[in-house]
Design a protein around this ligand. Structure first.
Ligand code: FES
Ligand code: MG
Length: 588
């Protein structure tokens, strides 16, 4: 540890509640209620740091549920280091069960956590993270309130296995759906295959959004080194919980805050690491959101400039073979950082929550298995970062090149004259329900050269932005061996799907974006080398369609079902800007 405790004890924020000579009446009130679960007045007035444990686990959040157990070890660490622990609930977020979409809850959990951190007698907080949006929600709130904060990841599940093959949670769903649609497995086998991928407590064991965001929390410097990858049931996970509890108390004493850690350098490091791990396409949304709440203006141009050329180092599904257990055994995030620092690709001097630098923390932690975490010199796959695209359909969208299937490469990227451009005929869907109802309709005319377009699924159109842009081809095409069609959409996609998708398009159709103007049968040209996607209709025709749409009252989307959906729709920005509540950015 390189930081030093202050020479004279600093007056802590919690003392404004428990030991405030200016407000003796209030102090008595606070003491009275907090005494009744076993704390003594002496303890509350002793100047010990009061540490919140922001609990994201619950029966409704099974991916994070073991944090209920881990919190015991966190408490022991806090107490051992001389602090007082106070655990409290965070609004539950569960990726796969929350309707209409879990993304709706990221900003709601953020708001709730900001209020708790601001309004209660806390000097620091342990952020328990795991399932996709729990990590960004917690980090966004910590960045806003700027109270000493440390991330404790819950860790991935153990590896899934089915008939001798690894099955990754999240990605297996896509494979199982395809196999079921083409008639290769029956319903019983479908169920068995899908549940094999989730064999234990923990978050998804692939490099989907959960593993990505926990890895990036560590790369940002917000967790202890090695925290992200330890599988949830491992002994080291509980040890990490204890160490994290101990550390936050010292962080409060040293007044080490998110603003000391979440610097521009840290965010640039996160972009590089995301490419190297083959991270989720949700990462730019969440990382940009955390950055904006931290007062760092990160844009999609930064992702292209900093992240595009970084090679893939981690051989983990969906871009590779392995799962969370192998990633941990190969050295986890510190080993990835080690390689990137050696290659000069990171800001090694960025500070982390343990008081040391990111470079210092990973200095003696090389990859222990070069098949799982490749040394930089052995990375052969070319640039692995997102391609950032624009054109007359949107100002910004991304393509994750590391997961493009060989079939797609052969079909669309094999023209030697112009290997990175292709054209296709659009088949347009207004939301996932429309897609489900019509994809297998022969009248739609979808063939091997079609491009599937999904709209109405951005932050406003499908409140929260649905994870639905990756669409499987019609069953008839699957049976003929066409396993993937290019997709374009204003929604998100699961980081665990292998469809070649152009997603996160902003602005979305519901916010006046060009996707609202596409019609089934139009031709779309995708030029990856020039970073463009264009609808091949004349400017006059586009203008006419735009006028018709305006006359019809704009792009129609479903009514809000709850007050929060309505509130968020009125305040939310687009995916390229992190889908944040724009007016919340004033409170930094
Ligand atoms: Fe919660 Fe994947 S569904 S981590
Ligand atoms: Mg997801």
């Amino acid at each position: 540890m390189t930081d030093h405790p202050a020479t004279a004890p600093r007056r802590l924020r919690s003392q404004d509640w428990f030991d405030n000579p200016d407000e003796p009446g209030h102090t008595v009130l606070f003491l009275e209620r907090f005494l009744n679960y076993g704390l003594s007045r002496e303890e509350l007035q002793s100047g010990k740091p009061v540490i919140g444990i922001a609990q994201t686990g619950s029966d409704l959040s099974p991916c994070n549920r073991h944090h209920l157990e881990l919190a015991r070890r966190v408490r022991e660490g806090i107490r051992e280091a001389g602090g007082i622990a106070m655990e409290f609930p965070v609004h539950p977020i569960q990726e796969t069960c929350r309707r209409p979409t879990a993304a709706l809850d990221r900003n709601l959990a953020y708001l709730g956590l900001v209020e708790v951190l601001h309004g209660y007698p806390l000097d620091g907080v342990v952020l328990t993270t795991g399932c996709d949006k729990t990590t960004p929600a917690c980090l966004m709130a910590a960045a806003t309130v700027d109270l000493p904060a440390i991330v404790l990841s819950g860790g991935p599940m153990l590896n899934g296995w089915f008939r001798g093959e690894r099955t990754g949670s999240g990605s297996i769903l896509w494979r199982a759906r395809e196999r079921y649609a083409e008639g290769a497995i029956d319903e019983e086998e479908y169920r068995e295959l899908v549940s094999s991928a989730a064999p234990s407590i923990g978050h998804c064991n692939t490099m989907g959004t959960a593993s990505t965001m926990n890895a990036l929390a560590e790369a940002l410097g917000m967790s202890l080194p090695g925290c992200a990858a330890i599988p949830a049931p491992y002994r080291e996970r509980a040890q990490m919980a204890y160490d994290t509890g101990r550390r936050i108390v010292d962080m409060v004493r040293a007044d080490l805050k998110p603003s000391d850690v979440l610097t521009r350098e840290a965010f640039e490091n996160a972009i590089v690491v995301n490419s190297a791990i083959g991270g989720s396409t949700n990462a730019p949304i969440h990382v940009n959101a955390i950055a904006r709440h931290a007062g760092v203006d990160l844009t999609m141009d930064d992702w292209q400039r900093i992240g595009r050329d970084v090679p893939l180092l981690v051989n983990m599904q969906p871009a590779g073979t392995y799962l969370g257990e192998e990633f941990h055994r190969a050295g986890g995030v510190p080993a990835v950082l080690h390689e990137l620092v050696r290659g000069g690709l990171l800001h090694a001097g960025a500070r982390t929550v343990n008081g040391a630098t990111i470079g210092g923390n990973c200095e003696r932690r090389p990859s222990l298995d070069h098949d799982v975490i490749r040394p930089l010199a052995a990375a052969t796959g070319g640039p692995a970062g997102f391609l950032v695209l624009r054109g007359n359909l949107f100002d910004s969208a991304i393509l994750k090149t590391s997961v493009i299937s060989p079939e797609f490469r052969d079909r669309y990227l094999s023209d030697p004259a112009d290997p990175e451009a292709f054209e296709g005929r659009a088949a347009v869907f207004d939301g996932p329900e429309d897609y489900t109802a019509r994809i297998d309709d022969p009248g739609l005319g979808v063939d091997a050269d079609s491009i599937l377009v999904m709209r109405g699924t951005g932050p406003i159109g499908y409140p929260g932005a649905a994870e639905v842009v990756n669409m499987r081809p019609p069953a008839a095409l699957l049976r003929r061996g066409v396993r993937a069609l290019p997709c374009i959409g204003d929604g998100r996609q699961s980081g665990t799907s292998a469809s070649p998708s152009i997603l996160n398009a902003a602005p979305e159709a519901a916010a006046g974006g060009g996707l609202a103007l596409v019609r089934t049968g139009d031709r779309i040209r995708v030029d990856l080398r020039r970073g463009r996607v264009d609808l091949l209709v004349t400017d006059d025709e586009l203008a006419r369609r735009r006028a018709d749409l305006a006359a019809a009252g704009g792009y129609a989307y479903p009514e809000s079902q709850t007050p929060w959906q309505e509130i968020q729709r009125g305040m939310v920005g687009q995916l390229d800007g992190g889908m944040v509540l724009e007016s919340a950015l004033r409170y930094q």
